[in-house]
Design a protein around this ligand. Structure first.
Ligand code: SIN
Length: 294
């Protein structure tokens, strides 16, 4: 790796900032470094790039695999793979303003998402990321064993119906996807196990009664939100975040109304989530130290 490249972890658990790469002119090297950092740190942040032309962002994201098409959101004209993230004074919703994993309602949900923001509010608009490896590792072995035998329904009708009407999308007669996934999934590259339920899309644990499911999901959603599993990214113009949806959740904070925030998002198609009993769950002593303080 070239001496000018720096990888700086954001926290011991999740996130790393990479500098000294060139996504426009040095894609081979940039891809190697970002890919390795993504597997090691789950979310990668890059600040020192120019505004990427849509074709370059698409070309770079494609190195991770075929691109994913969003089931509901409108795309950038001429670039069906680019989802425009845009929130302004008249927005009714802000994309990602709640804890979620991207499009987990798909049978094969996105593996990774690459977002570059071009326009920022004067302050605020940060994005928070949580490690779902850490969330799983901090649970007791008994709880982990129980969760490993469960599957959950991920639905999207309640998320997407009418959501993009103010951006010209008429979804009359459209059916939105749903899928069943393991509650614990094994990451195909790191082989680590991660918790795979999220507030936005997960509606039901299939093997439990509805009351049991509701209570357990409420516990798990709140558990993932513990601050020790998180990092928080403060955007600067043209910064890029690239996150692994197989082992993270994120929350794009809409605390900047009436200001505007805009950028381009491209997602990479993933595989069907699976659980492999030989996957790795590290005993996380560090979480025992901080639990029980309150
Ligand atoms: C998203 O969930 O894709 C939006 C993330 C962001 O705008 O920071």
């Amino acid at each position: 790796m070239s001496a000018r490249i720096r990888i700086t972890p954001m926290t011991p658990v999740i996130g790393a900032e990479v500098s000294g790469i060139d996504i426009v002119h040095g894609q081979d090297e940039a891809f190697d470094v970002i890919h390795r950092t993504l597997v090691d740190h789950q979310v990668v942040f890059i600040r020192d790039q120019p505004q990427l032309p849509p074709a370059i962002q698409v070309e770079f994201a494609r190195r991770f695999g075929p691109l994913h098409s969003h089931p509901a959101a409108p795309h950038l004209e001429g670039h069906p793979e680019v989802f425009v993230i845009h929130t302004h004074r008249d927005s009714k919703i802000a994309n990602g303003n709640g804890w979620h994993t991207d499009v987990s309602c798909d049978e094969e949900p996105p593996l990774a998402t690459m977002l570059q923001l071009h326009q920022l509010p004067p302050s605020g608009g940060d994005t928070l990321f949580a490690s779902t490896y850490a969330a799983l590792e901090s649970l007791s072995p008994r709880m982990r064993a129980f969760l490993a035998n469960l599957t959950a329904r991920h639905a999207s009708e309640h998320v997407y119906r009418g959501r993009y009407a103010d951006r010209g999308v008429d979804d009359t007669g459209k059916a939105y996807p749903f899928a069943d996934h393991p509650v614990v999934r094994t990451h195909p590259e790191s082989r680590r196990n991660a918790l795979y339920v999220n507030r936005a899309f997960t509606t039901r644990i299939n093997e439990l009664t509805s009351k049991e499911s509701e209570r357990l999901l409420t516990f798990l959603f709140r558990h993932v939100e513990r601050p020790e599993f998180q990092c928080r990214f403060h955007w600067t113009p043209h910064a890029i975040a690239l996150w692994d949806n197989r082992c993270t959740q994120h929350f794009a904070l809409w605390d900047y109304w009436p200001h505007e925030r805009r950028g381009h998002r491209v997602t990479v198609q993933g595989e069907r989530p699976f659980y492999d009993a030989s996957g790795i769950t590290t005993e996380a002593q560090r979480y025992r130290v901080s639990s029980g303080a309150l």
